[in-house]
Design a protein around this ligand. Structure first.
Ligand code: ADP
Ligand code: ADP
Length: 232
């Protein structure tokens, strides 16, 4: 089944002389249970595509579907609700709340949504990302890699239909980055998680099932079961 779909998506910023076409008629289907990496040079439209697919940004024309829901025609309130209930995010900046401990950060989106955490699931997620002994720690008491583990656990906690990552290992050294990518990979293999990740790191992309290449706002190539050598 298709988890996220872009149909003839155009995204332009600005008007007249300053108009920039960031996405130029993009069509893509991202399948459920698949880990997709979006690659391409700086300015090729990677972040814009991710933001449009995630409903964080509006499109100029065309349609975006998450599962069977066309999100491009949703009103703000419905879209916010759908993002909150069905989408997880992991960004380059960990975006943790400094006054909350690790566990409180992990369950925050659920708390905001008024949802009860599924204890068994939460235990499994915490165990998977190796945070078991650190749940009472505040972000400042954790390393960068541990903070990103909290962010990954937070993204997984609500069992979202899809997780979007924007350079999730961009602020980490290669060892901590490999750990985070391993957890993301495992969530796909073990839980059937769907992940879409923007990266310019071939090693990061090698954890994906599929790599999509953008250039000048268009999809110019793609690869299945990539290796770091092949991505380079
Ligand atoms: P990438 O993530 O591949 O680096 P982006 O999606 O950030 O690319 O940007 C694609 C193009 O859109 C670039 O030319 C960029 O300058 C432009 N762009 C992105 N965001 C904005 C914005 N908010 N306003 C104007 N132009 C933007
Ligand atoms: P473990 O701790 O169980 O050995 P890892 O954290 O090393 O697991 O990896 C978790 C998942 O990521 C595994 O499915 C593994 O196959 C995959 N993986 C590990 N390293 C790479 C790599 N360099 N490229 C692609 N997949 C990898």
């Amino acid at each position: 089944a298709v988890a996220a779909r872009a149909r003839q998506v155009v995204k332009a910023y600005g008007t007249g002389e300053t108009r920039v076409v960031a996405l130029d008629t993009v069509d893509v289907d991202l399948m459920r249970g698949e880990f997709t990496a979006i690659m391409g040079p700086s300015g090729s439209g990677k972040s814009t595509l991710m933001h449009c697919l995630a409903g964080l940004d509006t499109v100029t024309s065309g349609q975006i579907f998450l599962d069977d829901t066309e999100i491009t025609s949703l009103k703000d309130k419905k879209l916010t609700q759908l993002r909150r209930d069905q989408v997880g995010f992991v960004f380059q900046a960990f975006n943790l709340v400094p006054t909350l401990n690790a566990l409180e950060n992990i369950t925050l989106p659920l708390d905001i949504a008024g949802r009860k955490p599924d204890r068994q699931w939460l235990d499994q997620v915490v165990e998977t990302v190796g945070l078991s002994g650190r749940l009472k720690h505040r972000p400042t008491q954790l390393s960068g890699g541990q903070q990103q583990r909290v962010a990954v656990a937070r993204a997984l906690a609500s069992r979202p239909r899809i997780i979007f990552g924007d350079e999730p290992t961009g602020n980490l050294d290669s060892r901590a980055g490999a750990e985070i990518l391993g957890f993301l990979r495992r969530s796909v293999d073990d839980f059937g998680q769907t992940i879409v990740m923007v990266t310019h790191d071939p090693v990061a992309a090698s954890y994906a099932d599929r790599v999509i290449y953008l250039a000048d706002g268009r999809i110019v190539d793609e690869m299945r079961t990539p290796t770091a050598e092949a991505v380079l």
